[in-house]
Ligand binder design. Structure first.
Ligand code: NAP
Ligand code: MG
Length: 497
């Protein structure tokens, strides 16, 4: 078997085709006014290709195509097992294009190819497969009713679903939206981030080849303005968003200003990772704490960006943490040995460096803190750790979305829970303890959509709902519950003669 080393990926890159047009109503199209923007690789700062910049008129055309497909029932009118068969073909095709899609994702977003080949692309294919397999097995209810009635409770597709997604897991986050939405019978218009549109654009063609009818799956690359046009559109029935809390708030306003479309928000986080003095395995906890913040360059909504360590074990734990962090030195994302790649773009790198500057004034820098590999032209930041005794410091409160960890200290369980919950966010949290009662007690008191005990970032297949409390959003991706977002509940009451 060919070994997929750096040279393999460099050779593959030389023949890679970059499609930058929108995919609307079954075909690739330039934007109506011909506008385009540069797609830059954070690996070396060079332009990969140009991308169609969809504006209001392109959004209108895409939404109209989606609506037409829905009204004509070319997709929602298929039997569930027929939709399943087509989606399974698409999932298989995404898997067959693993190297191409993984390389596009790596070049576009700076993610290590070691991750895009094992997490992003296989995860997206599996998500499509999972919802395909679910859709001919989930039925409705026959409700208890008076004797003269038969009462059915059924779920129906909502209609046109728009998905607006971020750049940190471009294909995977998109799949968490479009897979359940399509499985349920909706038409979809997907707006990828301008920082990472390539894989979304590419899989549209694969969807078409797998048999998804024209108009059912559309991809409209563009800036935030394209997302705004979708959120304001009066013929979009549902908007599923993953991104920042700031933009999430705007999306809700746009829905209110237009047609009260259903809005689902998966937003930011500032997740606490609590290490109790009776932690069962400090080495494993330290490795997990490093991975929780340095995996994917810290560009993780669930990043364990606030590490809470009990005072009694702090010195020992910090030694282990610093050793674990050293394994995340940034390198060329196309090298399969690299575990930390490039920050997605220059602007995001500057944002992270600003936080590091603020952190130097508020806290004690104990690892990293600098941009590296500047001569590559790319955007790389070292794994950075602050020892922080001020829970109200900016770097502790605000989501950085980069490889920057704050370590906080606590003395009692109550204090740990209080600090952990002192955040506007509530996406995820973790606690490390050997005591069953502490594990249950703390996980109940943590205000977060996911709580890990003695682990971090365990995905648990597709079976666990994923989403946030508080300003981390509403609604849940993954699991059968995700289908609830893309369906309306209907009661049908039949009077018997
Ligand atoms: P973002 O700036 O909020 O952008 C998200 C998406 O919204 C992008 O496609 C963006 O387009 C678009 N957008 C920007 N302004 C808009 C507007 N006014 N109206 C409608 N759409 C608009 O977030 P990001 O920087 O891409 O991603 C990072 C954020 O995502 C973090 O806060 C992270 O925590 C969150 N996230 C959450 C989850 C979760 O499941 N909870 C998962 C991953 C990421 P452009 O990029 O083209 O501007
Ligand atoms: Mg890019």
């Amino acid at each position: 078997m060919e070994s997929k080393d750096l040279k393999y990926w460099q050779d593959r890159r030389a023949t890679l085709h970059f499609e930058g047009r929108a995919f609307i109503d079954g075909e690739y199209r330039a934007s109506e006014n011909g506008k385009r923007f540069d797609c830059v690789s954070p690996i070396d700062g060079k332009v990969l290709t140009e991308i169609a910049e969809c504006g209001a008129s392109d959004i209108d055309v895409a939404v109209a195509a989606a609506r037409r497909a829905f009204e004509q029932r070319v997709w929602c009118g298929l039997n569930p097992r027929q939709r399943k068969a087509i989606l399974l073909r698409w999932a298989a095709s995404i898997g067959e294009h693993l190297d191409e899609l993984a390389l596009l994702e790596t070049l576009d977003a700076g993610k290590p190819v070691a991750d895009t080949t094992t997490v992003d692309v296989p995860g997206a294919a599996y998500c499509v497969q999972w919802f395909a397999e679910a859709i001919d097995k989930s039925g409705g209810e026959v409700a208890p009713a008076d004797h003269h009635l038969v009462g059915l409770v059924t779920r129906e597709p909502i209609g046109v679903v728009a998905a607006v997604v971020p750049w940190n897991f471009p294909l995977l986050m998109a799949s968490w939206k479009f897979a359940p939405a399509l499985a349920a019978g909706n038409s979809v218009v997907l707006k990828p981030s301008e920082k990472s549109p390539l894989t979304a654009i590419r899989i549209a063609q694969l969807a078409h080849e797998a048999g998804i009818p024209a108009g059912v799956f559309n991809v409209v690359p563009g800036t935030g303005e394209a997302g705004k046009q979708l959120a304001l559109h009066r013929d979009v029935d549902c908007l599923a968003f993953t991104g920042s809390t700031q933009v999430g708030k705007l999306i809700m306003q746009y829905a209110g200003q237009s047609n009260l479309k259903r809005v689902w928000l998966e937003l930011g986080g500032k997740s606490p990772n609590i290490v109790m003095p009776d932690c069962p395995d400090l080495d494993r906890a330290a490795q997990a704490a490093a991975s929780a913040i340095f995996y994917n360059m810290g560009e993780m909504c669930t990043a364990g960006s606030r590490l809470l360590v009990h005072r009694d074990i702090k010195a020992t734990f910090l030694d282990k943490l610093l050793a674990a962090a050293r394994r995340y030195q940034p390198g060329n994302p196309m090298d399969p040995n690299t575990s930390m790649g490039a920050i997605v773009d220059h602007a995001q790198m500057e944002r992270v460096l600003d936080y590091i500057r603020a952190g130097r004034e508020e806290a004690n820098l104990i690892a990293g803190g600098s941009r590296v590999h500047c001569d590559s032209g790319g955007f790389y930041i070292e794994p950075t750790i602050f020892d922080n005794d001020k829970p109200d410091a900016r770097i502790v409160r605000e989501e950085i979305f980069g490889p920057v960890l704050s370590v906080l200290t606590f003395d009692t369980v109550d204090e740990a829970v209080r600090i952990a919950n002192e955040s506007e966010y509530g996406l995820a949290a973790a606690v490390w303890t050997s005591d069953l009662a502490t594990a249950h007690d703390v996980s109940r008191r943590l205000r977060a959509g996911t709580v890990w005990v003695n682990c971090y970032d365990e995905g648990g297949d597709m079976n666990f709902p994923f989403g946030g409390y508080k300003q981390s959003g509403n609604g849940r991706d993954k699991s059968l519950h995700a289908l609830e977002k893309y369906t309306e509940l209907k009661s049908t009451l039949i009077r018997l003669q």
